[in-house]
Design a protein around this ligand. Structure first.
Ligand code: S3P
Length: 437
């Protein structure tokens, strides 16, 4: 579908109510396909995100000869082929909008015997890939990119990889994971040091598949040449998708939502910490552990939020949640200041500029800075904003309507299906006056 052909029309006001289960975790869903495919034996996945991004990863492994069956409702069965069992694809692998697929698979495919080419949509084709291709080259990988260091990425097979000890210049779980996955095929030890903690789903899932991973402070290491043993994976609901409802409930008077079975991995809970600092009425209930990942139910009721200076150590822990948090800031009392978040400029869109433009269009005082934004809380008006094909921008502005003075129209929303199919129906059922036009 042409991504520009979907517009959301959202009526102002209302509140959110009910027990809701949002879509499965995108990061964990990607990794379940990758590791299930490389494992010896059969892996059953439940709660898999049937969104376009994780389905792009699934299709890539089918194209490499892995038998993967979808049972519907998030059930996936993967007949693992072992670390050495992937087959040469007949064609280029199209990863759509998915940065996680492209960055993680560049590492994993660098260690194969065959060549392959990774392509993506317009947004993905503009995103920086040198952050993975440069360290992978120093392991011995051969990857051709455009002069700007972007996709298409042609990965040459049959290269001898050697482990490296790499200090990441940016806090990126995608870069860390890419190098660790290449490290499975490298001679010796691959170590990655992160400047700040980033999501650790790759490390956790490798461990669950019986592959030893060592963490010492901020350094993560593994030895190449091991094997993975199939296991069952239960994917929790995605805290990044839950965020839209957490923010919506916090800003709309009368709201009370219980978000069920949400992943609360400590490397992902920046949004909880930041919302609590803003004065949100947010409770984390019924904490438990499922398949190596902590999970809880999150209850949010409306309250008057206050503007804050967002602590920089929370930035990597809330990296995908900022578009929604900017909407919370627009409804808060006083000023909210974000710094140290220049990474937001190279996500599916430039999330600093696109959010600032949209907020200003709606009458909010928002100023983009090179590495963040300054937002004065106040009234949200009405108008038409553009999501630039960025799923998280689209869903954030949809929630802004709960506090708007008039309707909000959001253009270019088809990519909501990359991470959150069913968003419109779930949000409408909870009380948001949203329609697809
Ligand atoms: C992801 C890591 C993050 C995040 C992305 C998913 C992952 O990117 O923004 O949506 O699954 O590893 P970076 O690691 O590049 O910050």
């Amino acid at each position: 579908m042409n991504s520009k052909s979907v517009t959301f029309g959202v009526q102002p006001g209302g509140c959110l109510k009910g027990r809701l289960r949002v879509a499965g975790d995108k990061s964990i869903s990607h990794r379940s396909i990758m590791m299930g495919s490389l494992a010896d034996g059969t892996t059953h996945v439940t709660g898999f995100l049937e969104g376009e991004d994780s389905l792009a990863t699934l299709q890539a492994f089918r194209d490499l000869g892995v038998e993967i069956e979808r049972g519907g409702e998030g059930e996936v069965t993967i007949q693992g082929v072992g670390v050495d069992g992937l087959k040469s694809p007949a064609d280029d692998l199209d990863l759509g909008n998915s940065g996680t697929s492209m960055r993680l698979l560049s590492g994993l495919f660098s260690g194969q015997l065959f060549d392959c080419t990774l392509i993506g949509d317009e947004s993905l084709s503009g995103r920086p890939m040198k952050r993975v291709t440069v360290p992978l080259a120093s392991m011995g990988a051969r990857i051709d990119a455009t002069e700007a260091g972007t996709a298409p990425l042609k990965i040459h097979g049959n290269q001898k990889l050697a482990g490296i000890d790499y200090e990441m210049p940016v806090a990126s779980a995608q870069v860390k994971s890419s190098l660790l996955l290449a490290g499975l095929y490298a001679e010796g030890k691959t170590c990655v040091t992160e400047p700040a903690p980033t999501r650790d789903h790759t490390e956790r899932m490798l461990t669950a598949f019986g592959y030893p991973v060592a963490r010492n402070g901020n350094k993560i290491c593994l030895e190449g040449g091991g094997r993975l043993t199939a296991t069952d994976i239960e994917v929790p609901a995605d805290i990044s998708s839950a965020t839209f409802f957490m923010v919506g409930a916090a800003i709309a008077e009368g709201s009370d939502v219980l978000l069920e079975h949400v992943g609360i991995n400590p490397t992902r809970i920046g949004v909880i910490n930041i919302m609590k600092l803003m004065g949100a009425d947010l409770e984390v209930l019924n904490e438990r552990e499922v398949g190596g990942e902590p999970v809880a139910d999150i209850r949010v009721r409306a309250s008057q939020l206050k503007g804050i200076r967002i602590p920089e150590d929370q930035v990597p822990l809330a990296i995908d949640e900022f578009p929604a948090l900017f909407v919370a800031a627009a409804c808060a009392e006083g000023e909210t200041v974000l710094t140290g978040a220049e990474e937001l400029r190279v996500k599916e869109s430039d999330r600093i500029q696109v959010m600032a433009d949209g907020l200003v269009e709606l009458g909010v005082d928002a100023k983009a800075t090179p590495d963040g934004i300054v937002i004065q809380g106040g009234k949200i008006g009405s108008g038409r904003v553009v999501s630039h094909g960025d799923h998280r921008i689209a869903m954030s502005f949809a929630m802004a309507a709960l506090r708007a003075e008039g309707p909000i129209e959001i253009e270019d929303c088809a990519n909501v299906n990359t991470s959150f199919p069913g968003f419109v129906e779930l949000a409408a059922g909870a009380g948001l006056g949203i329609k697809t036009i």
